[in-house]
Design a protein around this ligand. Structure first.
Ligand SMILES: [Zn+2]
Length: 70
């Protein structure tokens, strides 16, 4: 999958795709706040979030994220 221009500076292992519920309102590439996060962890208690690389929205619905490692 091609990486869009706005997401090129993110480390590959931190890249995720989220549904941005901020300004964008569409699926966007985002940066996870830490390595080795799990879909099953509770983002609120572990401090995990993903930042939309377009608008800066912070998502905590990690059970919905897709890894974009390549
Ligand atoms: Zn956004």
């Amino acid at each position: 999958m091609a990486i869009p221009e706005y997401a090129r500076n993110v480390l590959p292992h931190r890249r995720v795709r989220i549904l941005c519920r901020g300004v964008c309102g569409v699926p966007r590439h985002a940066e996870a706040s830490k390595d080795n996060w799990l879909r099953t962890e509770d983002a609120v208690t572990t401090g995990l979030y993903a930042t939309c690389l377009k608008c800066g929205y912070q998502a905590r619905d990690n059970y919905n994220w897709d890894r974009l490692n390549s």
